[in-house]
Design a protein around this ligand. Structure first.
Ligand code: PLP
Length: 448
């Protein structure tokens, strides 16, 4: 039976209750609708379009690249752009992560890291290795494919697929605002969250655990939440003690988004594998990567079978690699990461004023990856009930004002959070930040 809500075209959109404004083009931090309406892209799609829209340098580069070559398969050939991009990614990662396995996006990248961890232990300890489980966190998001969804801890995204998923162990996230321990300081939350990792490893037996995966700064589920450095110090120590690999999911927080090349650098974190995607090519082409240590690489590729049993046709797409490399060159040359740190601090200071609105409960983040959480009661932190759809109302009011935020929504103990993520292009100017704030404040005022 056809519904009167059925869209007028053939696109399988994600949500039929949503109006999808048609976008004609993008210019810098703006998206421009077919009626000429200008929207500040306040979330860069979903922390993707890091250097903004309509970049002429990228357009010219892409044209030249396409004229030269369409595609080569990475199982047989290599291309200059692939090698240069890998070198550049390694130079952006914490020291010791030296080998880049290319894929086409974030879910493929986290799933690659998961398989890499499993194969690492099989190559090192033999086929009988019992190390395969990946510990992750409740209310986390690591992707939509079955492996990455198995690591994802957001109940709403998992529920109906549960029979298809692997039941990996989950621990609490470092969501200080709603931490389950009643901790008063971020440091205390960080320590207690890390201690849960050790307890969970002991419960399952370290012989059965291959890896622990974490975001450095949380993206969609509790946007902007992050621990203190001590968390990642403890995670490293625990992983070493129990012989477990540490995977850092920088799909959203990496590639300059938080005011450092990788968000791991804020915490001096030392993962064995980092996964990146989204902002890596600033959305001009799909790309993702899992970047591993020499120990992981050499165990599989030098001392082991020499064959990572994995691969996607578009892994190492020469155009995607060329564009990602060009994006990173532009970011370095034009000092966009430095700009991101400065404008991120400036925006964060301005946002503090939003606490004057009683529906604003918490504001947190790093660089230009900032979450604003809305509550029914500022004092008790009581959330709005699910049906009030406050994040939907805020999002719609922002759209009316000409601002596109990212409506995040995780759940803690079954309570859905009402948050938005602000993640505008990292080359945003101070004047543009002022305008973004003005629009956001008007939308919140209208919703309050
Ligand atoms: N990991 C994190 C932290 C993400 O935020 C996302 C996407 O939002 C993913 C993985 C999945 O990436 P993709 O949507 O490119 O498959």
């Amino acid at each position: 039976m056809s519904s009167n809500k059925a869209p007028k075209n053939c696109v399988f959109y994600r949500n039929q209750n949503w109006i999808y404004p048609r976008i004609e083009k993008g210019e810098g931090i703006y998206l421009i609708g077919e009626n000429g309406k200008k929207y500040i892209d306040g979330c860069s799609g979903s922390a993707v379009a890091n250097i903004g829209h309509g970049n002429k340098e990228i357009a010219e580069f892409a044209k030249g690249h396409i004229e030269r070559i369409a595609f080569t398969h990475l199982s047989r050939w290599t291309v200059d752009s692939i090698e240069k991009c890998a070198e550049k990614i390694v130079s952006w990662c914490p020291k010791g992560l030296n080998h880049v396995y290319f894929v086409s996006g974030g879910s493929e990248a986290t799933e690659t890291a998961m398989k890499m961890a499993r194969q690492y232990y099989v190559e090192r300890d033999g086929n009988k290795s019992s190390k395969w489980k990946i510990i992750s966190k409740w209310n986390s998001y690591h992707g939509a494919t079955l492996g990455s969804l198995s690591m994802t801890g957001t109940i709403g995204r998992r529920k109906i697929y549960d029979p298809l998923l692997t039941n990996f162990p989950k621990i609490s996230q470092f969501y200080h605002y709603r931490n389950p321990w009643g901790a008063r300081t971020l440091e205390e939350t960080s320590i207690l969250a890390a201690k849960e990792l050790e307890t969970e490893i002991q419960r399952h037996g370290s012989d059965n655990i291959a890896a622990f995966i974490s975001e450095p700064v949380v993206g969609s589920a509790a946007p902007g939440s992050h621990p203190e450095k001590i968390y990642f110090d403890m995670v490293r120590e625990i992983c070493d003690k129990y012989d477990i690999l540490f995977i850092m999911d920088e799909v959203m927080a990496g590639s300059g988004r938080t005011g450092k090349k990788m968000a791991s650098n804020h915490f001096d974190a030392k993962p064995d594998i980092i996964v990146v995607a989204k902002g890596l090519s600033s959305g001009y082409t799909p790309i993702g990567a899992a970047v591993c240590s020499s120990e992981v690489f050499e165990t599989i590729m030098v001392r082991g079978s020499g064959n990572f049993i994995h691969g996607h046709t578009y892994a190492g797409n020469p155009l995607s690699c060329g564009i990602a490399n060009k994006v990173m060159e532009i970011i370095e040359r034009d000092k966009f990461i430095e700009n991101c740190a400065v404008q991120g601090n400036y925006l964060m200071k301005k946002l503090e004023d939003l606490y004057n609105y009683p529906i604003v409960g918490d504001i947190r983040g790093k660089g230009l990856m900032i979450g604003v959480e809305f509550v029914k009661d500022q004092e008790t932190k009581e959330p709005f009930d699910v049906f009030s759809n406050v994040r939907g109302k805020i999002t719609n009011n922002c759209l009316e004002e000409g601002l596109v935020p990212y409506p995040g929504g995780g759940s803690v103990d079954g309570v859905r959070g009402d948050h938005i993520l602000l993640a505008p292009p990292i080359n945003i100017t101070k004047e543009e930040v002022d305008l973004l704030y003005e629009k956001l404040e008007k939308a919140i005022k209208k919703t309050s």
